[in-house]
Design a protein around this ligand. Structure first.
Ligand code: PMP
Ligand code: GLU
Length: 401
């Protein structure tokens, strides 16, 4: 019997961030030096009080199925957090708890897309959006943005991309991979176009607490009255509380959408881990100083990274106002040789840098931006320092083709 893979999965690209992280781990396992800036995940351990809540949950017998859409206490806590932080009124039934924000996003595309529905995704974009839209039988419509505008989608570019088939606009702020953020005014201008053309906006706010300098985060649904009706917010505990492995994220959506997502989850995955849900509850309801401590450490690293990139010849990077990524413009180095190896694309650049100096980054092409490389600074200052020394050596070795 020939076991064949479905066409839709054959056409899917595996996650490049995950693939580069696997390559870095392989190299480490072979005993070679690696400065791993590939994966966007906090290097901190999950705060102790959250781990203790998980232990307590197991001891108290919270080891059974929960409601497929998550425990009522966590939904209520998420709704309350959005009320307190942003003044948005969500009922607990509008919250669905999923296996990470990635799963929450996948649910949203699955319940909203009919075949050929178009989803506008500003590039550079996080690697999973377009693939998830295609798996949901929708059509990703990629709209380029400019580094000179910190890679923000403009209302004009949005308007130009809209067709009668457009259903969703995807926004990620603070942004993975660019590390930039939309101002409330930027968001309001995009909201006006979305209202005019009756679009749904999926707002990925997973990096919400990680902002730097004077930049101020605004939740998309707050920038114009009544936006809750057309907005689906994605968030979770992975980045804010250093809980990537626990796999808890969520969506906040209009009631009928939340109901559809809950129903989908009841057939596809059932509930996310009961123990992780109690841990996430402790994260949200417990002391928040751990979030600020981690943010402050990320801010120190961000300043360090900005300084080191500034000193790299012919490399630029947008102003990093949020998340933990530097999106470096490496285009000046394409077409050159590094210790004899010809480097033509951002993939060549990243693989050669890993091979020759042990520095793992992710190629811009995976984010829809050839000529760039993403560096995650969710790692210690010591590793960043040694890694940037290695990048400097690498760049110095460049010779014309
Ligand atoms: N959205 C963005 C922009 C991300 O960078 C990530 C990183 N993993 C996710 C969603 C998914 O988060 P999670 O680990 O909670 O699935
Ligand atoms: N979001 C992180 C990143 O972009 C984790 C990997 C992933 O989920 O793709 O590196």
């Amino acid at each position: 019997m020939a076991v064949t893979i479905s066409q839709i999965v054959q056409a899917m690209q595996p996650s490049a961030t995950m693939a580069m992280a696997a390559k870095a781990k392989e190299r480490k396992a072979a005993g070679k030096t690696v400065y791993d800036f590939s994966l966007g995940e906090p290097d901190f351990n999950t705060p102790e009080h959250i781990c203790q809540a998980a232990t307590r949950a197991m001891q108290e017998g919270h080891t059974h199925y929960t409601a497929a859409s998550g425990i009522a206490e966590l939904k209520a806590a998420v709704a309350k957090q959005y009320q307190q932080r942003h003044g948005l009124e969500y009922a607990p039934q509008q919250v669905v708890i999923s296996n990470g924000a990635k799963h929450a996003l996948n649910n949203v595309f699955t319940v909203l897309c009919d075949p050929a529905d178009e989803v506008i995704i500003p590039a550079p974009y996080w690697v999973s959006y377009a693939e998830q839209v295609k798996l949901a039988r929708g059509v990703p419509v990629i709209v380029d943005t400019e580094q000179s505008n910190d890679f923000r989608l403009t209302p004009e570019a949005l308007r130009a991309a809209i067709t009668p088939k457009t259903k969703i606009l995807l926004l990620c702020s603070p942004s993975n991979p660019t590390g930039t953020m939309y101002s409330p005014d930027d968001l309001a201008a995009l909201a006006d176009v979305s209202i005019e053309h009756d679009l749904v906006v999926v707002a990925d706010e997973i990096y919400e607490p990680l902002t730097y300098g004077n930049a101020k985060f605004a939740s998309f649904a707050t920038v114009r009255p009544g936006l809750e009706e057309r907005t689906i917010i994605i968030n979770g505990v992975s980045k804010a509380y250093a809980m990537t492995g626990w796999r808890i994220g969520w969506s906040l959506a209009p009631p009928h959408v939340a109901k559809a997502i809950a129903s989908l989850q009841s057939q596809q995955t059932s509930n996310p881990s009961s123990i992780s849900q109690y841990a996430a509850l402790a994260a949200i309801e417990g002391p928040q100083d751990c979030v600020e401590q981690m943010r402050a450490e990320f801010a120190r690293r961000r300043d360090f990274v900005a300084q080191r990139i500034e000193a790299l010849p012919e490399i630029t990077c947008p102003n990093m106002s949020g998340a933990f990524y530097a999106f470096m413009n490496i285009s000046a180095y394409l077409g050159r040789r590094f210790n004899g190896t010809k480097v033509e694309t951002s993939t060549d650049w990243c693989l050669t840098l890993l091979e020759q100096e042990g520095v793992a980054t992710v190629m811009g092409s995976a984010f829809g931006a050839e000529g760039y490389a993403r560096l995650s600074f969710a790692t210690s200052l010591e590793v960043l320092e040694a890694g940037f020394d290695a990048i400097e050596r690498f760049l110095k070795s460049a010779t014309p083709a």
